[in-house]
Design a protein around this ligand. Structure first.
Ligand SMILES: Cc1ncc(COP(=O)(O)O)c(C=O)c1O
Length: 389
């Protein structure tokens, strides 16, 4: 009961961490749990057949959103798993062919940095972590300059989860297509939001459901063929052979159908979502106009719904505590916000430790930010910021 009341009054501005499941999506999930509850692998009855058909519809839709073929999509538990299947799954090919160089960026999510650090430290891969500079955007040129004959893969995120900066993944995809190097894109934050980028010829795309209104615990990996050639992935888990053996385990039909419904809803409402998200961004910036702040990351290349700011002489944690009864915001990615260390993303952008430790991430869907008053943030900051002399 208490929780319901808190949620009703605290405006939610942390959709980069996770989003609310909309009732329409929840109804679909419930249906596939309580009515049509078959195992998509059951071949002997109608329950199984219905589940299998539904999953194929979902697969075909998700494939269509990135211009891929139905059979090129496998369902997973989320972007972390998709990233691991992609990067660790490619490694044996690199080992067999003597191509053990991988290029990535220093602003990736831990779900890319950790598997790549593992490949470097435990399996002898050579991994370049590129730093983007203050814009927060890695240049495609910088990536191409690092290419070597033994470069197995480039892994670059689509949209950074702390700054909202969009990376040049479509441009890279076009350029890398002429080389033997595979491109993996962690699209956890960009899927559905910047749809055109992901129709570029990217070999491997990781998708997360809970950033677009699907439940937590579902996602997908797109493994796009080059002509007839499949991306040479080897499984990292073994079991019943589901999902082309790459992701064995009973398919989570209700979650997959939730992902399908959320992706459909997001696509139908995309233009309105973008317009409204941009309008709220402008309201926030107008309200902050009276305070002394800087935007971290290039606003010209940002999604409309994520804003990372640092305030002059102001501790981000203290501000979050002061605001916590009114608005839910974060310092950086949810996975690292338990520790007060400076953000690795802001540090990799070359910002000094004080700015990097005090970045505040606001992220919103206008439909999930009811009761939000940007003036409240500005007033709280004004009351905390030392007066300008
Ligand atoms: C860029 C990025 N990659 C990966 C993930 C992990 O996604 P999931 O929670 O679906 O495993 C996140 C989640 O915050 C993210 O922002």
């Amino acid at each position: 009961m208490a929780l319901r009341r808190v949620i009703a009054v605290v405006a939610y501005l942390d959709v980069a961490a996770t989003t609310r499941v909309e009732p329409r999506v929840a109804e679909v999930v419930l249906h596939w749990m309580t009515e049509d509850f078959g195992n998509a692998g059951s071949r002997t009855h109608e329950y199984g057949a219905r589940a299998k058909k539904a999953v194929q519809q979902a697969r075909s839709f998700i494939a269509g959103t990135v211009g891929a073929k139905t059979e090129e999509v496998i369902f997973t538990s989320g972007a972390t798993e998709s990233n691991n299947i992609a990067l660790l799954g490619l490694a044996p090919h690199g080992e067999k062919s003597g191509r053990k160089h991988i290029i990535t960026s220093a602003i990736e999510h831990k779900a890319v940095i950790e598997p790549l650090t593992h490949l470097r430290d435990e399996r002898g891969f050579d991994v370049d972590f590129l730093e983007p500079g203050p814009s927060g955007r890695v240049s495609a040129q910088a990536v191409l300059e690092r290419l070597r004959p033994d470069t197995l893969a480039v892994s670059l995120m689509h949209v950074n989860n702390e700054t909202g900066v969009i990376q040049p993944v479509a441009e890279l995809a076009e350029k890398l297509r002429a080389t033997p190097t595979y491109l993996h894109v962690d699209a956890a934050q960009g899927y559905g939001k910047v749809p055109a980028d992901l129709t570029a010829p990217i070999d491997l795309i990781s998708i997360s459901g809970h950033k677009i209104g699907a439940p937590k615990g579902v996602g997908a990996l797109v493994t796009r063929r080059r002509g007839w050639n499949k991306v040479p992935l080897e499984p990292i888990m073994f079991g019943g052979g589901q999902e082309r053996k790459l992701r064995p385990g009973t398919l989570a039909v209700p979650l997959i159908m939730g992902l399908y419904e959320a992706a459909k809803t997001f696509r139908e409402n995309h233009d309105r979502w973008e317009r409204e998200a941009r309008a709220l961004r402008q309201q926030i910036l107008n309200a902050l106009g009276t305070t002394r702040f800087r935007i971290n990351g290039d606003p010209e290349h940002s999604v409309p719904h994520i804003l990372n700011v640092s305030f002059d002489q102001l501790n981000a944690e203290a501000l979050i505590v002061r605001l916590k009864d009114h608005v839910a915001i974060a310092t950086g990615s949810a996975c690292t916000s338990a520790s007060y260390t400076p953000s690795h993303v802001l540090q990799a952008m070359g910002l000094d430790d004080d700015v990097a430790a005090n970045g505040l991430r606001l992220s919103w869907f206008p439909s999930q930010a009811q009761d939000f008053d940007p003036a409240q943030i500005a007033q709280t900051i004004a009351s905390m910021q030392p007066r300008q002399t």
